[in-house]
Design a protein around this ligand. Structure first.
Ligand code: NAD
Length: 487
């Protein structure tokens, strides 16, 4: 049903939905109106939930990996059966289009498939290290682990880590964004129908105080955080000061280098879709275009495609009224600083049926000064800042001076130049003629610099060592005639 009906979402503890007295409204970016209510937890409820999760985890890790992953496969069926319903909930609370919500969910399902495949792929390793002596690896769950997720991918980001961490035998405490808490109800209910034992997945709602109670509880062994850089950094420090394992992914300011020899169609589509997709509210969105030499015809193609976006149909809304106002002001400040507005999203018309929502169209700012707000700060909206560069070296220098290091791309038809930039760019994920270079499983997802605090990666092979310990077991059953110091 579109739009979906209003929902009340509570805390999911030991398989039960638990109400509290601290209930907050959830606003839809589409309508600007209340689309649900969320019950915030407090520190006592957090501690009760973690106690229950600890008990559930002890039994869950006794179940063999092959049986644990069967639950994931049933959960996958639940999602696929209800794709439209869940996509509509995600879209209405986060501002995405239903098609974007569906795409995010499918990426989450891809990670789930990777986690389910561990039953066949993660066979450990065993070697006869000297005659009659064997060394082997066995993965051990950490225990109770926690994850704090952002508003912009209410299903995909949690599904980067829920399937893998529970497949490895952990119990998972999830604190969704208070701006987009409704999707969590659907996910927890789907896990329940899939047969996940009660307490293995817990959902707790709230803000800073709830997050800190989750991290500070001595039973919480690891923290995965995804959100803005200042919060990522603070929570990384908090968790690691307590001796916990932490991986905290932060914000981004992704640069794209455009060279004059780039293919016109590939460039127009790739760059336009990158900064307009999810209304620019994704950590992989193109944000700064480093235009090297004469690329005016490419910029015109990007502008043409971006200006064909239809709000409410092909492009979604901004998460809050405050953020919408911030974007308006940031465009104004860029103009005052000398940027030329090539496409002005402030003038775009909102969709008729959702006129009260938080809408802005694609915006292209040209001749933006390096170091200015539009060129260096994460704005998190559909704004492309074009910085003109004399040559490739200047472009690379500007790109590498960014404190962030999530994604970067180059658009060119020159293999050697693309290779040079791939080698010399300070980023975690690089694209050649790709506007949103998200690695597909089993390649891991993560940035560097201020886009990631901690070691390891949140998806793919890199995530296995984050969510488990490798126990090393050395075995000998009988004396050998030729024993030496190694046996
Ligand atoms: P946010 O940092 O405001 O919030 C993220 C989560 O942290 C939410 O659950 C929120 O309740 C909680 N939180 C907020 N302030 C807190 C505090 N002071 N102490 C403890 N917890 C706190 O981020 P957001 O606005 O929800 O999401 C957008 C940001 O996330 C952008 O910066 C975007 O680039 C980033 N992001 C990064 C990735 C990545 O993979 N690197 C992916 C998605 C989003």
């Amino acid at each position: 049903m579109w739009p979906p009906s209003s929902m009340d979402v509570m805390n999911y503890i030991k398989g039960e939905w638990v109400k509290t007295n601290n209930v907050k409204p959830v606003m839809s970016p589409y309508s600007g109106e209340v689309c649900g209510n969320v019950h915030f937890a407090n520190s006592e409820l957090v501690d009760q939930a973690i106690d229950a999760a600890e008990l559930a985890q002890k039994q869950w890790e006794q179940i063999p990996l092959k049986a644990r992953t069967q639950v994931l496969l049933s959960f996958r069926e639940e999602l696929l059966k209800n794709l439209e319903e869940i996509s509509h909930i995600i879209a209405f609370e986060s501002g995405k289009t239903p098609a974007e919500a569906n795409a995010g969910l499918m990426k989450g399902i891809e990670v789930l498939e990777y986690a389910a495949s561990l039953q066949n792929a993660d066979v450990g390793g065993k070697l006869e290290v000297s005659r009659g002596v064997f060394c082997e690896y066995r993965r051990k769950a950490l225990g109770v682990v926690a994850s704090i997720t952002p508003f912009n991918f209410p299903a995909m980001v949690p599904m980067w880590s829920i399937p893998t961490s529970i497949a490895l035998g952990n119990a998972y405490i999830w604190k969704p964004s208070e701006k987009t808490p409704l999707t969590a109800k659907f996910i927890a209910d789907a896990f329940d129908r899939a047969g996940l034992p009660k307490g293995v997945l817990t959902v707790l709602h709230g803000q800073k105080d709830v997050v800190e109670s989750i991290i500070d509880n001595p039973k919480t062994k690891a923290l995965a955080f995804v959100g803005s850089s200042p919060v990522a950094k603070a929570l990384y420090q908090r968790a690691t000061n307590l001796g916990k394992r932490a991986l905290c992914l932060g914000g981004a300011k992704n640069h794209i280098i455009l060279l004059p020899d780039a293919d016109l169609e590939v460039t127009g589509q790739g760059i336009s879709d990158s900064f307009t997709g999810c209304a620019g509210q994704r950590c992989m969105a193109a944000s700064v275009l480093l235009a090297v030499g004469d690329v005016d015809k490419h910029i015109e193609r990007i502008r043409e495609r971006a200006s064909s976006q239809k709000l409410g149909e092909t492009m979604g809304a901004i998460i809050t009224k405050d953020q919408l106002e911030f974007l308006h002001q940031a465009i104004g400040r860029a103009e005052e600083e000398g940027a030329k507005i090539v496409l002005d999203g402030r003038k775009a018309s909102p969709p008729k049926n959702f006129a009260g929502g938080f809408w802005i169209g694609p915006t292209i700012l040209d001749h933006v000064k390096p170091g200015s707000e539009a060129a260096s700060k994460e704005l998190f909206g559909p704004i492309l800042s074009i910085v003109r560069c004399e040559n490739l070296s200047e472009a690379l220098k500007i790109q590498n001076s960014s404190p962030y290091g999530n994604a970067a791309s180059i658009f060119t038809s020159s293999g050697p130049l693309a290779e040079r930039v791939a080698q010399n760019t300070e980023c975690g994920m690089f694209g050649v003629n790709i506007g949103v270079p998200v690695p597909r499983e089993p390649f891991s997802f993560a940035g560097v610099k201020e886009s990631k605090f901690g070691h390891g990666e949140i998806t793919g092979e890199g995530s296995l060592d984050f969510w488990s310990d490798k126990r090393k077991i050395t075995t000998k059953w009988e004396m050998q005639n030729d024993s030496n110091w190694m046996s």
